[in-house]
Write a protein that binds this ligand. Structure first.
Ligand SMILES: [Zn+2]
Ligand SMILES: [Zn+2]
Length: 89
């Protein structure tokens, strides 16, 4: 069984049980497949779309502020990411 199949079966089980198909939590609205939290929290797809929109508008893709000239990110975010990279290495 592939991962995709396992996920589909899990979702089907959750749907049959009347719980959120995403996290298995209780549904606030029985007509919806996912719970309130899963419908409203920023998900990966939403963040990707947001970053895309910011880069098209020429804004810092991380925070949406004015970026440093010639860069995709603002000074603060570039410093943050540089620190993060140093810690990882
Ligand atoms: Zn949920
Ligand atoms: Zn920024």
């Amino acid at each position: 069984m592939t991962n995709a199949e396992a996920l589909r079966r899990l979702r089907q089980r959750r749907k049959a049980a009347g719980v959120c198909t995403n996290c298995g939590g209780p549904l606030d609205d029985v007509n919806k497949k996912t719970c309130f939290d899963c419908r409203h929290k920023p998900n990966a797809k939403y963040m990707k779309a947001l970053r895309q929109k910011r880069s098209e508008e020429g804004l810092c893709t991380r925070c949406g502020r004015e970026p440093e000239p010639g860069y995709a990110l603002c000074t603060e975010c570039r410093e943050y990411i540089a620190d993060w990279r140093l810690e990882k290495c």
